[in-house]
Ligand binder design. Structure first.
Ligand SMILES: C[S@@+](CC[C@H](N)C(=O)[O-])C[C@H]1O[C@@H](n2cnc3c(N)ncnc32)[C@H](O)[C@@H]1O
Length: 250
């Protein structure tokens, strides 16, 4: 495990397996877990799921090429067991009343909501990411235009402390804000999601990829803790977080 931590900076990032890193974090240390794990989706069969992520998720004729990413191979049962483990650790690491926001697609949504509840979170609802016209139209079918954010809390939410009113559907074109990861989330989407965290709070993303969650957290004046298994994406995350800090200090 590699850890980058400078006390002068508002973030700490770890390179390695999320579950192993989470087990080393203290109890009730963060205000929210905002994360975009590998969905392990994109096919009905095990052989289909095991294909490279670029083959499963990317339209190579129109989209920029980025390296494949780790961990996107489990079947539904494997995903349920694995997600229950890391979500339990996230629950322990989040302070009482803190939030979980976990991205997922339509195929894996029921499995993710089961895992969230197995891990002890109180399921509060779903936020919809509306990808607007950023997805291919398909004849005779509905557009695959949305992804989902499973929202949960560690026990009851103290709405008096941070009485924000946030949207339940967030329309953002997938390419807005620039892309740094094969399935990276748009910065304007993450800017809205971090609004759930009280001022000065800490956000954890155990599957940070290129650290879009971290960039949004820092811009909102929050602290960030991240983990990533892939060396290449860890390096991208380091660069983006450092550049964001410089931009804020200017
Ligand atoms: C969906 S991507 C996150 C993308 C991110 N939201 C962004 O905007 O760049 C999930 C990331 O989790 C990483 N990952 C997969 N399994 C992991 C594990 N066991 N521990 C840590 N990171 C893991 C992948 O390499 C991938 O970069």
């Amino acid at each position: 495990m590699t850890t980058r931590h400078t006390t002068a900076l508002p973030y700490v990032i770890h390179r390695g397996d999320a579950l192993r890193i989470l087990r080393e974090l203290p109890d009730a240390a963060v205000d929210a877990v905002i994360t975009d794990p590998p969905y392990c989706s994109g096919a009905q069969t095990m052989a289909g799921r095991a294909r490279p992520t670029g083959d499963k998720y990317i339209n190579k004729s129109t989209q920029t090429q980025f390296p494949d990413f780790e961990g996107d191979f489990r079947d539904q049962r494997g995903f349920l067991a694995w997600a229950s483990l890391w979500l339990s650790e996230c629950h322990r690491v989040t302070r009482p009343g803190g939030h979980l926001l976990a991205f997922i697609d339509w195929r894996m949504l029921p499995t993710m909501t089961d895992a969230v509840q197995v891990a002890g979170w109180v399921w509060q609802g779903i936020v919809v990411w509306d990808k607007t016209n950023g997805c291919r139209p398909q004849r005779g079918r509905f557009r695959s235009q949305s992804e989902y954010v499973v929202w949960a809390s560690r026990g009851a939410i103290d709405t008096a402390t941070h009485p924000v009113v946030l949207p339940g559907v967030i329309p953002v074109h997938p390419s807005r804000g620039g892309k740094h990861h094969q399935v990276g989330k748009p910065e304007p989407l993450m800017d809205q999601l971090v609004g759930i965290v009280p001022p000065g709070g800490t956000v954890l993303d155990p599957f940070m990829g290129s650290a879009t969650t971290g960039v949004a957290a820092l811009r909102a004046g929050l602290q960030f803790v991240g983990a990533e298994l892939s060396a290449g994406y860890f390096a991208t995350a380091e660069q983006r977080l450092a550049a964001t800090c410089k931009g804020i200090q200017r």
